[in-house]
Design a protein around this ligand. Sequence first.
Ligand code: DQQ
Length: 559
Amino acid sequence: MENIVEDAPPNNINLEQPYRTWYHFQPKKNWMNDPNGPMYYKGFYHFFYQHNPDGASFGVNKMVWGHSISKDLINWTHLNHAIEPTCAGETSCFSGSATIVPGEQPVIYMLYTGLINEKTHQVQYLAMPKDLSDPKLIEWIKHPQNPLMAAPNGVEVGEFRDPSTAWQGKDGKWRVLIGARNGEQGKAILYRSEDFVNWIVDPNPFYATDGTGVCECPDFFPVYINSTNGVDTSVENSSVRHVFKISYLLRCHDYYFIGKYVSDSDQEKFIPDEKFTGTWKELIFDYGNFYASKSFFDYAKNRRILWAWVLESDTKEDGIERGWAGLQTIPRKFWLDESGKRLLQWPIEELEQLRYNQINITRETLLSGSTLEVIGITASQADVEVLFELPDLESAEVLEPSEVDPQELCKEQYASIKGMIGPFGLQALASEDQTERTTISFRIYRVSDEYKCLMISDQTRSSSSLREGLEKPIYATIFDIDPNVKTISLRSLIDRSIIESFGDGGKVVITSRVYPLLAIEKDAHLFVFNDGSQSVVISELNAWSMNQAEFENEQTYYG
Ligand code: DQQ
């Protein structure tokens, strides 16, 4: 790889800049987008990512796979790029996934998308570690038969990408999904193979939606019905259900569908419990800034883990000036909840090693209009968990109409009309006078004798108006709550320019990417607030300052 740098910063880049995160994964410098091929192998977690080594902006013909390893998914060592465009005509290496075939000596297959000659022509390649005895898997080689798949009939040649992790059906054949598009129709195309090299396309798409545009980064895997444990991707029996995830480029969200999958019939198919409607009612992994996610089964701890790219919401020029762009979420463990209707997500337990200086608040009433500062933590890097006790739910406002797009609710009511129960929640990355703040809040509504909660992460005041070119969305979602529970929890991971918020035990998650001007470093504050007419009680709040994760560098070249 040439070390030609077009828009990269000088080598003495300032890693102490205020938006550089402390405990989220970032390369040393330059551009990063999708997570690629995460896996656990011989004592190391491996994380690969879409990377432009030549600068801090996306380069369609420059992408390589960055590679880092970790013992705990929190502290990382950056290694040399794993996969670069070395096949004949290959100009760029797009996203892909790892498949590990277990055994005394496991075999690792890395399928990924390459761009060839015409630059918009996408094909699928196979890469494999050169030396499986090396736990760091430093060197990767390409299969001589590459490319293994080219766009089949009904798929545009430039819209055919992102192979999923493969799974083995009951007939012993491997299956893989590739994201695709034909006109306005988005598709996931199914291929089968006996040897991982020769792949035969199924003429019927595994999944297709009209009017959505391209489906990116498909993911397909089983989840246990009655356990928070993860399960290997090829398991297919009565104790599991299946999840299909797709990233819709035009919506920039990751949608998932829970359903039934059978591989042992002529009509191999996945039947989702709910069909895609394209409305706000869809299940989305994270209703905020979160895209191109990828999961993997962690053999070491029997769990399924989710990674995703968090996009910048400032300008390309801002990224170039900083010298880097793109974050990854904290890896999240996830599983099927008891109702079987949605997935629950929670930051991996290893994150807790970074916590120090715990602050605890118990049974503190927040009267209408009150604010309480959480003092004694580094509010710019913190982990905070709050359990709110709700007042009598019968006093909740009636939601009219009973079904409404949460985004509309934000526009019409959030700012102007004071609620009964809520909004209450956190003001994170806030200036002392709270003029600058990111508000993460709940507001409760009644629909007949059922209750719903509107969760919001509001970026409209995250950065003072001096900063130009920022996207300042209000991310929102609405979900059912159980009136018998009488409490609701919120956990927010605050890390200088990102806030990942987990509502109601991980039922809903919203990530915000923010660039405060005042609320940085020691000038950042954290408040709990209640703007509803009814009091709410902080049943318990625990907040921790967060240490910096360690990032070692074993890269032997720039980028
Ligand atoms: N990013 C990759 C593609 C993928 C897209 C290119 C999703 O493979 O479809 O960097 O963000």
